[in-house]
Design a protein around this ligand. Structure first.
Ligand SMILES: [Zn+2]
Length: 499
């Protein structure tokens, strides 16, 4: 591609993944805790490994000057309050308005599955609002998570949309680079990038989204072939965050062509049909806790731990991390050996700090934040470690802050008690509190599939546990009210798979 020297592109974004079933609302403190950046920090906050890092690499290659404006990230959690979203939006647009007159395009780093109380489709609202300001021909490029909730409003507002192509997500950098290449294609002014898409009546729990093995692998292989076809600029599959109670829920396929909507539609439909044909295979079946514990207790000694994934309380799917489902079972039916687990419980963390290291505490634990799913259980244990809960996650590459955090030992079970929900996609939290998780008999990880990239190499075996919670993989068990129907797997007899 020709040099685009002299072109300037503003960089901004708000990222958050909502879970409609997690109790309460997410407020501004969540965004302030993760990322709230203006100016140059926008470009460096992800240590060069995030989407913005990828956008920088393409911009540098093509001579595009990036103008950092505003970036905020709240991680994930319950629906965002209107007040918080409207504040963030106002902040983004007021900062953007200072540079809009001197840039040739805007790159927005978004998630795709952010909802606020009165906004089912925050990303659609942001892109549409920007489109109204800049007019129809101004390039807006967007990057989204694989779990983006793609909507008609987004499609009407820009053609330049690139989503992650891996799950567990490994291509943050590459996705930002793809978004910037779409921007460059539009800035170069030759053939207009055109978006074609297909929205399907298909949904599946996140454990069925793995792109590295299993049913979706062949779809991604075909997607990568499609990307290389003449006239095709980019392709994305959105296996949407399933724990969203919104109207347009369902998986989507997107193909961006060089002004060839016929080709784009044909290819988007081909990918959508491949997904639809795999609808039975992506339904994930989990193991009952009693079978898991029996298998672990019957196993030979191993240098590697069993990983017990409690995906229904996945803190990276917006859950609050206060499930004590496994703990309650183990108090009655112990695993023979050391067990590590995490529970969000700010009241207990406070008691541990008051008791100090070596102190004994008797307290309720768990179930304090999501009483609709869990109830507290009383335990007595010893405070082993206290820390500030700040740790650098490697996956994703960012700083996290789980608030005052204690290691609280009940018999053979070491419980990492955090004040705020803590991401568990990698094991940095366990390392931060001094637990060498590789030496345990079993380690609980609150993640719906995404943990495998980091934990599987260290595991004797990873087992996904059937359990309740706001990210229950048995989707029909959750109180969806807004989603249009029919939709798989709520409705199993669907004739026309397209919306
Ligand atoms: Zn995701």
């Amino acid at each position: 591609m020709a040099s685009l020297k002299g072109k300037r592109v503003a960089v901004a974004g708000i990222t958050f993944e909502s879970n409609s079933f997690a109790p309460g609302l997410t407020n501004l403190d969540a965004f302030e805790r993760y990322l709230f950046a203006e100016g140059p920090t926008v470009l460096t906050a992800g240590f060069g490994k995030d989407e913005i890092g990828g956008a920088i690499s393409v911009a540098d290659e093509l001579g595009i000057e990036l103008v950092p404006v505003f970036a905020s990230d709240g991680g994930c959690g319950p629906t965002v309050s209107d007040k918080t979203y409207e504040f963030l939006k106002e902040r983004l647009f007021s900062k953007l308005s200072e540079v809009l007159g001197s840039v040739d395009g805007v790159y927005l780093r978004l998630h795709g599955a952010m909802t606020a109380e009165s906004y089912e489709d925050v990303e659609g609202d942001l892109i549409e609002s920007l489109r109204k300001i800049v007019g129809p021909d101004f390039p807006i490029a967007v990057s989204c998570d694989f779990h983006g909730h793609f909507t008609e409003k987004m499609a009407k507002s820009t053609a330049l949309i690139a989503g992650y192509q891996t799950c567990p997500h490994l291509d943050f950098f590459e996705t930002g680079a793809r978004a910037m290449r779409l921007m460059a294609a539009e800035l170069s002014g030759t053939k207009k990038p055109t978006l074609s898409y297909r929205k399907t009546k298909l949904l599946a729990s996140a454990e069925g989204h793995d792109t590295s093995f299993g049913p979706l692998r062949a779809v991604m292989d075909r997607l990568h072939e499609i990307e290389k076809l003449p006239g095709v600029l980019d392709a994305t599959i959105f296996c949407t965050q399933p724990w969203l109670d919104v109207t347009e829920l369902g998986w989507s396929t997107l193909v961006v062509t060089e002004d060839n909507p016929e080709l784009g539609q044909k290819l988007a439909d081909e990918l959508a049909l491949m997904l639809w044909d795999r609808r039975e295979a992506v339904l994930f079946r989990k193991e009952k806790v009693e079978n898991i514990v029996a298998e672990i207790n019957a196993s030979e000694p191993s240098a590697k731990p069993f990983i017990i994934a409690d995906g229904a309380d996945s803190t990276s799917a917006g859950c609050l991390g206060d499930s004590n489902y496994l703990l309650k079972y183990l108090l009655q039916n112990p695993i023979k050996g050391t067990v590590y687990m995490t529970v969000t419980d700010p009241a207990l963390a406070k008691k541990c700090f008051a008791a100090g290291v070596g102190g004994e505490v008797t307290s309720d634990i768990g179930g304090s934040l999501s009483p609709v799913f869990f109830s507290p259980v009383e335990v007595t244990g010893e405070v082993v470690t206290l820390c500030d809960g700040v740790y650098q996650s490697k996956y994703p590459s960012k700083m996290f802050n789980s608030g005052p955090t204690a290691v609280f030992r009940v018999g053979e079970i070491s419980i990492v008690v955090t004040s705020k929900p803590a991401f568990m996609l990698d094991y940095q939290l366990y390392l931060r509190v001094g637990l060498d998780f590789t030496s345990a008999k079993a380690v609980q990880v609150k993640s719906a599939g995404g943990y495998r990239g980091y934990y599987e190499p260290h595991a004797f075996k990873c087992i996904d546990m059937a359990s309740p919670g706001s990210a229950d993989s048995r989707l029909p068990k959750l109180p969806f009210t807004k989603t249009r129907r029919p939709l798989w797997p709520f409705d199993l007899d669907i004739e026309d798979p397209w919306y």
